[in-house]
Ligand binder design. Structure first.
Ligand SMILES: NC(=O)c1ccc[n+]([C@@H]2O[C@H](COP(=O)([O-])OP(=O)(O)OC[C@H]3O[C@@H](n4cnc5c(N)ncnc54)[C@H](O)[C@@H]3O)[C@@H](O)[C@H]2O)c1
Length: 266
């Protein structure tokens, strides 16, 4: 432990993982704890968030858990209240919820469009709605939002709702950064590329590769100039920097973590 977020309270929304191993939210929660934060891990899936807590407990860190749906206003208000009841402050808000359903405007149902806007964008709006007043009253805080390179480029699949919502998330993050800059609250985005998280096995392989996991991994690796995908720790370390006081003058920024994928044109 080097204590890069020592003494801070980190609320991570979407702190579990859809499968075995480390997703972006789970890795961030574990890394914040390793670096001295007390973690408030929130997820819609009780088992997934319990597993995150088990790991943090085992490593000697501090973690409390809460089960709730980040797309529902009353449940997000309850998350913020529960974190305050547990720790009395919220220094880091890490918004990890998100995901994609493939399709262009013609193929995508209205329901699937709405779901993705809610999942990728409304979750962050609601979290900010209930956490910003806490941070303002404390005199500061750091918000880390997980966007995607789909916000700025085409990654080879039709993902119009995902692309739109992740791009919207960046500008939402910037709007918060600007409004709260003089209140000590920073708001930034991590912009991951093609990462090998359990999401690849759980969803991407089924959505785009007919369930062929090996092909999904090989294709995604081949799309990266490095020859391989990144992983959840690459995203978590960028988040850690943005959440820490090392980034005290950084707000309204995007850190692209993609091994150079966005440097090439598809
Ligand atoms: N893996 C990649 O290649 C990649 C690339 C770019 C961006 N991202 C972004 O990273 C984030 C997800 O990464 P991950 O690896 O942690 O995914 P994940 O799906 O493994 O974990 C997300 C967690 O969020 C929880 N969750 C789902 N809906 C929820 C809700 N309504 N309320 C509360 N919790 C909910 C899930 O139960 C799960 O535990 C997303 O924002 C995604 O868009 C991933």
């Amino acid at each position: 432990m080097t204590g890069r977020v020592e003494g801070k309270i980190a609320m991570v929304i979407g702190a579990g993982s859809v499968g075995e191993g480390y997703g972006n939210g789970k890795a961030a929660a574990v890394l914040y704890a390793r670096e001295g934060a007390r973690v408030f891990a929130v997820d819609i899936d009780g088992d997934a968030v319990a597993e995150t807590r088990r790991i943090i407990d085992e490593e000697g860190g501090v973690c409390a858990t809460h089960v709730g749906d980040a797309t529902k206003a009353d449940q997000v208000a309850a998350m913020a209240n529960a974190c305050m009841a547990e720790y009395g402050r919220i220094d880091i808000l890490h918004n990890n919820c998100g995901g994609s359903i493939p399709g262009g405007p013609v193929e995508l149902s209205e329901e699937d469009w709405n779901f993705q806007i809610d999942f990728n964008l409304k979750t962050v709006f609601l979290a900010c709605k209930y956490v910003l007043p806490v941070m303002e009253a404390q005199g500061g805080g750091a918000i880390v939002n997980i966007s995607s390179i789909a916000s700025r480029t085409n990654i080879g699949r039709q993902l119009c709702a995902y692309q739109a919502s992740k791009a919207g998330l960046v500008q939402f993050s910037n709007a918060v950064a600007f409004q709260y800059a003089d209140k000590g609250v920073r708001s930034n985005c991590v912009v991951p590329g093609l990462m090998h998280t359990p999401l690849v096995e759980a969803r991407v392989a089924g959505q785009a590769y007919g369930g062929d996991v090996a092909k999904a991994i090989a294709d995604r690796d081949a799309m990266c100039p490095t020859g391989r995908m990144g992983d959840a720790w690459d995203v978590a370390y960028a988040a850690l920097y943005l959440a820490s006081d090392e980034a005290r003058y950084v707000t309204g920024a995007e850190i692209v973590v993609d091994g150079g994928v966005t440097l090439k044109s598809f």
